[in-house]
Design a protein around this ligand. Sequence first.
Ligand code: GUN
Length: 309
Amino acid sequence: MSEILTPHDSGAMLIDGKAGAAAVDAAARAAAAELAGALGRQPALAVVLVGEDPASQVYVRNKIRRTEAAGMRSIEHRLPAETTEHDLLTLVAALNADDGVDGILVQLPLPAHIDARLVVESIDPAKDVDGLTARSAGALVQGAPGLRPCTPSGCVWLARQALGDLTGKSVVVIGRSILVGKPAALLFLEQNCTVTLAHSRTADLAKVCAGADILVPAVGRPEMVRGDWIKPGATVIDVGINRVEADGKARLVGDVAFDEAIESAGFITPVPGGVGPMTIAMLLVNTCAAAAARAGLSTPNALSDILGG
Ligand code: GUN
């Protein structure tokens, strides 16, 4: 297996999310095999895609491929963009009722005529492998057992690969979305970090960031975080994936100006190949955790470091 931390010429260490995701996928594969023995069937993840959004098509294709590679059953529902809210709710209800389905993921964004909150809330919390229902979010706030959102879980896991125990670290998360910013703040708090949740209205954001041992930008603004915002030696976990055009060519950049940041950072995730691949890895972990919990089984040993850390 390849190394997750690799030295860069600047002296910083790169945190390789592709290698990290491969390690977590392998743990999910071991857990899925153990669960398949206990359940008499493979753990199963249902993915629902409505419409033709190109980025969503890529995500869903990758989810299906990696679910199957991990020895799980992938159930796929591709619905036309004109699908009614009622029909989508009916499908989610059928997946909730199907005992052979362990996890349900409705790919976001949904077409504008569908109320995404209503659809997400209709998912059985026991199958909410995205961790997006109010029940899952409430469990996270209370520190109660429950399924945690995948991208922020991936951020915490990568930070732990770089730094080990995170107790006492100062964390600045930038962005307050339900998908990433808010749950990331709570997950780092659960790791005994001191967390600041910054956002677009934060006064003197550069100064706030300069106090961070761990900086987690999740705003979707290309290269907004400059090198001089970063405390020397800090760990940078860049959640942004932004497509930009330069010299007629499209490329992906993060929320961090990487070439500047790498001169100050101690550890930094690249874009692409940093946080991005971790989301599906954590989805596979959550699917196994959901399968175990629904069957009254304890969490497979292969996942205890990932979920218990
Ligand atoms: N669209 C982009 N990221 C995600 C995700 O993590 N979950 C869902 N359901 N949709 C997404």
